[in-house]
Design a protein around this ligand. Structure first.
Ligand code: PEP
Ligand code: MN
Length: 332
């Protein structure tokens, strides 16, 4: 349920109403907009007298929210959320580009790629240290050593770092990670999501391999229910009957998610297509569709990459994509 407060109501009157609502056993989420304050009531709202609330002098409107996601819902929080990743803002017109290799492989590799993607305009550095691989015989990532190398690259370039967590027990290792990624395979690892709700660090939540947008938003809700509201959603393609591409990029997810939710939405054209030559057209299309950012895999030697070489761009190709994206954003 949401209650929209009339414009110009003094703060102490709003506070009194919140205190009263809290006695009704609901949690109150306050969203202060430019014009209106919106109170979102989470929990069992069956005891809240909707008519009584509606008739209060200070209340403009009361509505029930039918969607099962509350905190992530735009009705709860009409204005776009801006996620701040160690000074890099994403959302509400702030466009961020996350770039870097699928996996951190060596000091030389990650420093070289970091410097080159930064020069091309990337704002955040990615690199997998704990890798979710389909085969247990494939490279599993450098783990803690990979995180240490990412930290070196961060010191060298000043770029905040983004890397995937697969196990909540690893959280102490992620202290210096600026944006924690939950990969497609863990989107519905609810115990992990609950742990991430307890911390106060931004989370990049990728859409599951065959997940609906509602399921993605419910996963965001798991994190937000714990009090961590700094979430970036990521469309990375879903599995369909098509086999020429690794996945099928669902671009309609961008405007749909932005309509349903206030959270920023980024697109990963690398995992969505699986083919490096498709990354540029899909990145441009994502920017045109209104994405708040991109996540692109870049390797200094894609042919030798230990993971996802076929979809990785060279730093030169990445710079070309950045030029194209800048042009699309100018037109918008
Ligand atoms: C990744 O970003 O490295 C990754 C494994 O992506 P996804 O979870 O989308 O497959
Ligand atoms: Mn990858």
């Amino acid at each position: 349920m949401i209650a929209v407060i009339k414009q110009g109501v003094p703060a102490d009157q709003v506070q009194n109403l919140i205190a009263w609502l809290e006695t009704q056993k609901v949690a109150v989420h306050v969203s202060e907009g430019e014009y209106n304050t919106v109170l979102g009531l989470v929990g069992d709202t069956t005891n809240v007298d909707m008519e009584l609330l509606q008739n209060l002098e200070i209340v403009e409107n009361v509505m029930r929210i039918s969607e099962p996601f509350k905190n992530a819902n735009r009705k709860f929080h009409p204005e776009d959320t801006v996620v701040d990743v160690s000074g890099v803002k994403i959302g509400s017109g702030n466009f961020a580009v996350i770039a870097g290799p699928c996996s951190v492989e060596s000091r030389e590799q990650i420093i070289d790629v970091a410097e080159q993607v930064k020069a091309a305009g990337a704002t955040l550095l990615r690199g997998g240290a704990f890798k979710p691989r389909t085969s247990p015989y494939d490279f599993q990532g450098l783990k803690a050593d990979g995180l240490a190398l990412l930290e070196e690259a961060k010191k060298d370039t000043g770029m905040p770092i983004v890397t995937e967590i697969m196990n909540a027990n690893h959280l102490p290792l992620f202290e210096n990670v600026d944006l924690i990624q939950v990969g497609a395979r863990n989107m519905q690892n609810f115990e992990l999501l609950k742990e991430l709700g307890r911390i106060r660090k931004p989370i990049l939540l990728k859409r599951g391999l065959a997940s609906t947008l509602k399921e993605l938003l419910m996963s965001a809700e798991y994190i937000m229910a714990g009090g961590n509201e700094q979430i970036i959603l990521c469309e990375r393609g879903v599995r369909t009957f098509e086999t020429y591409t690794r996945n099928t990029l669902d671009l309609s997810a961008v405007p749909m998610l932005k309509e349903l939710s206030h959270l920023p939405v980024v697109v990963d054209p690398s995992h969505a297509s699986g083919i490096s030559r498709l990354v540029k057209p899909m990145a441009l299309a994502a920017a045109a569709a209104g994405a708040d950012g991109l996540m692109i895999e870049v390797h200094n030697n894609p042919a030798k990459a230990l993971c996802d070489g076929a979809q990785s761009l060279t730093p030169e190709q990445f710079a070309d994509v950045m030029n194209g994206v800048a042009k699309i954003r100018e037109v918008l």
